[in-house]
Design a protein around this ligand. Structure first.
Ligand code: NAD
Ligand code: ZN
Length: 347
């Protein structure tokens, strides 16, 4: 089968021929229908060799959707042909966090060498992907696979990030979304459907701000030296109750710190390499809570898919073949993908 692999540190990923994996006991083989491209893949492919944590070559793709092609011995929970989404942040499956579906917070996964597909385990940017357990599969129940693929990360991650702040997103509250790309444009929609808050989107790109407005942002602002002051102005001086930073660079964290309200939340989702100072003397207003969430829980993925089923959220996608995937990553790197790039490996 064809697979898109990151093979050498610092080199672009390549489409190569690899054997179709065979499902062992308890495993499930999926024929991939759609797989999303995430900016995190670019971060991973930017890491220097001495820091690179995974074995190479590595098949990319941590946003995967497929149909069950074959099951290993003992698997009865899924049937052949069933359309499913892959829950990516695999945990040990036995600890209290995993029992609650919060496998993204499993404290044992790393020590046990359990890695997400596309981030260590062979990923979904291939014709087939092997899934370690049917526990990691969520039925699509009618959601379009091209829509569902981005929802497994670009939808799930903002959903998890927003959920922690729901008690602060009341009528009259303001939520700021910095970076309206793959994750951010879904964050805007999730905020609109889950909360009565006013949503302010911040980006550097006119096209992305236009998309933000189309999918429900009340206000759109250019990310520049004036952004924090504009947010203060829009909120009558108080600042925003919740700031979600999908960039995570020094410059955007400075905007987040300068625009959050007393007792607000700053949630850093982007891997932009910046750090946020927290504590007395940091300049943050009193009682601000800061967090840097990782992906989301299995139940939260079910919720995001349910919202898509209801038509309440929908990913803005551009589709590519597997051969076109390296070019699509280049365009993502250049900031030239509006919404999410989704690869159809059998197209
Ligand atoms: P993307 O490239 O689709 O979107 C990034 C957006 O940020 C673009 O619209 C871009 O124009 C905008 N942007 C860049 N610099 C900016 C600035 N200075 N001010 C305002 N906007 C700016 O990326 P994505 O796939 O949506 O991922 C977003 C971030 O989230 C990445 O850093 C990614 O690695 C990270 N991520 C984190 C998790 C997690 O679990 N924490 C999960 C997935 C992705
Ligand atoms: Zn991702």
């Amino acid at each position: 089968m064809k697979a898109l692999q990151y093979r050498r540190v610092g080199h672009a990923p390549e489409v190569v021929e690899v054997p179709v994996p065979e499902p062992g006991p308890g495993q499930v083989l999926l024929k991939v229908t759609a797989a999303g491209l995430c900016h995190s893949d670019l971060a991973v492919m930017g890491w220097p060799g001495e820091q690179f944590p995974y074995a190479l070559p590595m098949t990319l793709g941590h946003e995967g959707v497929g149909s069950v092609a074959a099951v290993g011995a003992g698997v009865t929970a899924v049937t052949e042909g069933e359309a499913v989404a892959v829950y990516g942040p695999w945990g040990c499956g036995r600890c209290p966090q995993c029992a609650e579906g919060k496998e993204n917070c499993c404290p044992y996964a790393a020590g046990l060498g359990i890695l997400p597909p596309g981030l260590g385990w062979p990923g979904a940017l291939a014709e087939y992907v092997l899934v370690d357990s049917p526990r990691h599969l969520v039925p699509l129940n009618g959601v379009d696979p091209v829509q569902a693929a981005p929802l497994t990360d670009a939808g799930l991650t903002p959903h998890h990030a927003i959920r922690r702040s729901l008690p602060k997103l009341l009528p009259g509250s303001t939520a700021v979304v910095i970076g309206v790309g793959g994750l951010g444009h879904l964050a805007v929609q999730l905020l609109r459907v889950l909360t009565p808050a006013r949503v302010v989107a911040v980006d550097m790109s006119k096209e992305k701000l236009e998309l933000a407005g189309k999918v429900g942002a009340h206000e759109t602002l250019f990310s520049d030296g004036e952004a924090a002051a504009r947010i203060r102005e829009l909120t009558g001086g108080t600042g925003a109750q919740v700031v979600l930073d999908f960039v995570g660079a020094e410059a955007t964290l400075a905007v987040a710190a300068a625009s959050v309200a007393v007792a607000g939340d700053v949630t850093v989702v982007g891997l932009g390499g910046g750090t946020l100072a927290v504590g007395f003397g940091s300049g943050l207003p009193f009682e601000v809570s800061a967090s840097f969430p990782y992906w989301g829980s299995r139940t939260e993925l079910m919720e995001v898919l349910e919202l898509a089923r209801q038509g309440a959220v929908s990913a803005h996608v551009e589709t590519f073949t597997l051969e076109q995937a390296p070019k699509a990553y280049e365009r993502l790197h250049a900031g030239d993908i509006n919404g999410r790039a989704v690869v159809l490996p059998h197209a």
